[in-house]
Design a protein around this ligand. Structure first.
Ligand code: PLP
Length: 386
């Protein structure tokens, strides 16, 4: 292949990351704690508006797992989860031996449908079990319907775990995503809006909770000179090396959000006059998305049921990575026995949607290259129609 690969979303260093990592080496803080971990946590806390405490962990998945443990989720319990998401949102439910109850999406934000959520809660209670938690996801950086979900959760007194792995830098009514749930999850995996190579964080309301999380994530050692344990612990704390990368990344986070939003604007302009293409965008001014990934829905009535895959292959032929939307969890073989509430919104999105290259490090020339393939695609589609 002649042209260089254009990735969906690739790591984008700001420049100071290596300095923090070097400091860790020079001071021999090569450990799952240290000044970079504290510095990264402080930077995240102030970024989120100073209204929450942050514990840096080894991954977003670990953060989700610890949230469920903190809420006392056990074998036989039920936990509600948005169906359209990455499997990491749902896997920790299985780690606890609990049953996921999957919920469809709505078409405004593509996230958890409040109507289906309330139906599910009522039905599960009628069947004899009140769900222990609700895992709602800000998919692709787009805030879910926070007020509606929170209102229902409060009405039935069920805690919300807010999966904000894709939404650092997004806000709802001016408040940072990650701070709405009883627990908020962040991820710094390689393809997220900022990366620590691998890592995550748990956002909580107070210092007591943070202490408990750090206790559990560092093997649950009781205070004693010997190693003594009264509860099961985990090795989930973030490394001081990774946190050094995170500190540098925090310095460019706002720039990255601005750049991703610029990419999104490019696509929105491109598709503006093309009937049958919907770019996921904020439904009202209450929503502010970091536009981690720009995603489109291709109307199958206008373009055919295989159009999304045809476009993906055409981009791939020019060495440009794009990807189908998350395959809903209720359609995954591993979760085929889990109850599901809703209609076919998530399924339709999955069948006809596509994530387009959205990296904050994409050049204008790369955007143009993508534009050229899109031109080819629509020219072909138009010729097919006549
Ligand atoms: C990335 C991601 C996670 C998991 O985070 P890791 O840090 O990769 O463990 C969870 N939920 C969603 C929606 C994600 O995109």
């Amino acid at each position: 292949m002649s042209s260089a690969k254009i990735w969906l979303s690739s790591p984008h260093m700001g420049g100071t990351e290596q300095r923090y990592v070097n400091e860790a080496f020079e001071s021999n803080w090569i450990a799952p704690l240290g000044p970079n971990v504290t510095g990264f946590e402080n930077a995240l806390q102030s970024y989120l508006g100073g209204i929450a405490e942050v514990a840096a962990l080894s991954s977003g998945t670990a953060a989700l797992h610890l949230s469920l443990i903190m809420l006392g989720v056990q074998a036989g319990d039920e936990v509600i989860c948005q169906s359209m998401t990455f499997s990491a949102s749902a896997n920790p439910i299985a780690y606890q031996g609990a049953t996921p109850i999957f919920i469809d999406s709505e078409s405004d934000t593509w996230n958890m449908c409040p109507v289906a959520l309330e139906n599910a809660i009522k039905d599960r209670i009628a069947l004899g079990k009140k769900p222990k938690a609700i895992i709602a996801v800000h998919l692709y950086g787009m805030p879910y319907k926070v007020d509606e979900i929170n209102r229902i959760a409060a009405a039935y007194a069920i805690p919300v775990i807010e999966d904000s792995a894709e939404a650092l830098g997004s806000t709802y009514k001016g408040q940072s995503c990650g701070t709405f749930g009883q627990f908020g999850i962040l991820s710094f995996n390689g393809n997220k809006i900022i990366t620590t190579s691998g890592g995550g964080a748990l956002v909580v309301k107070d210092q007591e909770l943070k202490k408990k999380i750090i206790f559990l994530s560092t093997q649950a050692r009781d205070e004693a000179p010997h190693y003594q344990h009264s509860v099961i612990g985990y090795n989930y704390r973030m490394s001081n090396i990774c946190a050094g990368i995170g500190r540098g990344q925090m310095e460019v986070l706002d720039d990255h959000v601005a750049l991703r939003r610029k990419v999104n604007q490019y696509y929105r302009n491109y598709f503006k006059n093309i009937e049958g293409i919907t770019v996921l965008q904020e439904p009202t001014a209450d929503y502010f998305s970091n536009h981690w990934l720009t995603t489109i829905y291709i109307d199958p009535v206008i373009f055919g049921v295989t159009a999304a895959e045809e476009l993906r292959l055409m981009l791939d032929a020019d060495n440009i990575e794009s990807r189908p939307l998350w395959k809903p969890m209720h359609l995954q073989p591993v979760f085929e026995k889990a109850p599901y509430y809703g209609g076919t919104t998530a399924e339709e999105l999955f069948k006809n949607g596509l994530c387009l290259p959205s990296g904050s490090n994409m050049t204008d020339a790369e955007m143009e290259r993508i534009g050229t393939v899109l031109d080819m695609f629509f020219k072909l589609k138009l010729s097919e129609a006549f």
